[in-house]
Design a protein around this ligand. Structure first.
Ligand code: FAD
Length: 555
């Protein structure tokens, strides 16, 4: 019977974007994984794609972000606690990602002495990361840091011998207890202080040897960190000034005798996004830590960790961009305005296709970078890793916020409302550009390679020169990049120009070789040549926008 008081019936609203397999519906991802050497993982990734895109997963993400972590500095009687409480939804995300091995699978070979890395392990792991961050981005912070901490830990074999088996265990234990009592652990990182995050040499936190000092020895750390995320990690890689200069230490939450180490959390940051993740301000009151590497070699020791996190920033931003795009396409396929689906309206079709071009390029470039992490013994891959890590991190992470804004607008007013996905993704996306080396820092790192490792640049440019041949637009763009490289007087002011030009050139060559013609033609024509553009949805009136959109999210 009709309800006499019903004021309206809900129609012309899109169904929720959920219960989608984030792997099988993402052709750009699946092709990149196989192309770059991760083909062995397709079955596993297909299953993981279903988990990450389930309605339950999106619901969990909403809960983890609506119920952010809370710091409990003291118990009810005033005794120090220094613990952070998370919503169960956050722990559930951690459990899923740890079980999948996203915090360690690239290092699985270390479980067997003398074993070689599994080919494509970084590519396969990156694909998992790309989907897990779509499931819920905040929890990926400790996952990323744990994976990235491994190469730094390996510098100190005795420490690595104790910690590695627990990192490789793929068991998440949320309990606040000594690592010795846990089968699985996660690690964090403390570099940034109030007076400097980029310039860590300005760190004032001190490290006094507890005994004779030296690599692997115990020190007492006194000072602070202005940002230290995932404070419930089992240990942190921390920078502090030892007598011999800035050094890298492993600081556990508990001491070997089972007592709590003196990390005093002051407060948690109230952040724009990334709310499920706790980012603390912390003071160390003669906290115990063990030196990794030589005194004075702190930056050199931790740089490998930083490089690994930069890969995750690029991969993660590409993943979040893909989700924001897929959500927009989904809505526009269901929403009718003026008797026509939005996706079929010429202006909207151009906007969606334009967004899809950046997502496909970001995905292609990030996975090419991931491959270079798998083949470090190869000179070309090593050169690519060194030069293209800052370039890819710069370009992919910078695109995210603008893309998320435009994708949000595709949903109209619904996009601006918290209950949907778009608003949360929009608030999340600037973060990957800021941490682990913000835009200018990436541009400066690129310039450092030009100045100090010209042979690295030569190798990459040689590879790119071969890849452009036969395509006039690509050849023209290559000449532009070479022009920038040969203007050394201006380079210190043109790091961003060069980073963007290199990224679009590299992405263009990958798309030309591997993407459908509609995608490659449109990307190259609009990003590598053509008129200036300041917003999405321009210059594609001639392109096969339907083919581009349908590839981005198959019907
Ligand atoms: C949510 C969140 C979580 C974080 N978690 C952690 C964590 O767990 N551990 C940790 O150690 N840190 C963490 N950070 C800190 C982060 O890594 C730093 O904020 C970042 O490295 C920048 O440092 P800064 O904030 O001191 O900015 P600054 O170093 O002051 O830089 C400010 C701006 O100046 C630019 N700049 C710097 N040098 C130059 C130059 N020579 N020329 C031109 N421009 C320049 C930078 O690109 C940046 O845009 C976190 C940050 C956030 C937002």
């Amino acid at each position: 019977m009709k309800n006499a008081f019903a004021t309206h019936e809900v129609f012309n609203q899109s169904p929720p974007f959920e219960d989608v397999n984030l792997f099988t519906t993402d052709h750009a991802l699946a092709e990149a994984v196989s192309r770059e050497g991760g083909g062995h993982a397709v079955k596993r990734l297909t299953a993981f794609g279903a988990v990450c895109g389930s309605a339950e997963a999106f619901q969990r993400a909403r809960l983890a972000n609506e119920n952010p972590p809370r710091l409990k500095p003291f118990d009810s009687k005033g005794r120090r606690l220094d613990v952070v409480e998370f919503h169960p939804a956050y722990h559930a995300c951690m459990e899923i990602s740890v079980k999948e091995g996203l915090h360690c699978s690239a290092w699985g070979h270390l479980a067997k002495p003398g074993a070689q890395p599994l080919p494509g392990a970084n590519v396969a792991r990156s694909a998992g990361t790309y989907m897990a961050i779509q499931m819920e981005p905040g929890h990926q912070c400790p996952i990323t840091m744990t994976n990235a901490a491994v190469p730094a830990l390996l510098v100190e074999p005795e420490l690595a011998k104790w910690w590695l088996p627990k990192i490789l265990a793929r068991e998440y234990d949320q309990g606040f207890k000594p690592a010795a009592a846990k089968r699985g652990v996660t690690l964090g990182m403390g570099m940034t202080e109030k007076q400097g995050g980029t310039d860590v040499r300005a760190n004032t936190t001190t490290a006094e040897p507890a005994g004779k000092g030296g690599p692997g020895a115990e020190y007492l750390i006194t000072g602070h960190k202005w940002f230290m995320s995932a404070p419930m990690s089992d240990a942190f890689l921390v920078l502090a000034q030892a007598p011999g200069g800035l050094s890298c230490f492993l600081m556990p939450r508990f001491l070997p005798d089972g007592t709590v180490n003196t990390l005093r959390f002051q407060r948690l940051k109230e952040k724009l996004g990334n709310r499920s993740n706790a980012s603390s301000e912390v003071e160390f009151q003669a906290a115990h830590a063990w030196l990794i590497g030589e005194e004075g070699r702190g930056v050199a020791t931790i740089i490998e960790m930083v490089t690994c996190t930069r890969l995750d920033c690029a991969v993660g931003s590409a993943g979040l961009m893909r989700l924001t795009l897929a959500n927009a396409i989904h809505h526009c396929r269901h929403r009718t305005v003026y008797q026509r689906h939005l996706v079929d309206q010429p202006l909207m079709a151009q906007v969606l296709a334009d967004l899809a071009l950046d997502v496909e390029a970001a995905t292609a470039l990030s996975f090419r970078l991931a491959r270079s992490f798998d083949r470090v013994a190869d000179t070309h891959a090593a050169a690519w890793r060194r030069l293209m890590t800052p370039v890819t991190k710069y370009w992919v992470c910078k695109m995210g916020p603008a893309l998320a804004y435009e994708a949000m607008e595709c949903l109209g007013g619904n996009g601006y409302v918290e209950e949907g996905l778009a608003a949360r993704l929009y608030r999340e996306l600037p973060l990957n550009a800021i941490w682990e080396g913000s835009g200018n820092v990436m541009a400066l790192d690129l310039l450092r390679v030009l100045q100090r490792e010209p042979e690295t640049v030569e190798i990459v440019m040689e590879d790119l020169s071969k890849a452009v041949s036969g395509d006039g637009h690509l050849e023209g763009h290559l000449a532009r990049v070479q022009g920038l490289l040969h203007e050394p007087r201006l380079l210190d002011k043109r790091g961003r120009d060069l980073a963007e030009a290199l990224a679009t050139l590299a992405a263009g060559t990958i798309l030309r070789a591997h993407a459908p013609t509609a995608v490659a033609d449109a990307f190259i024509a609009t990003r590598l040549s053509g008129g200036p553009r300041q917003t999405y949805g321009q210059g594609l009136d001639w392109a096969d926008t339907r083919a581009i959109v349908d590839r981005a999210l198959p019907m």
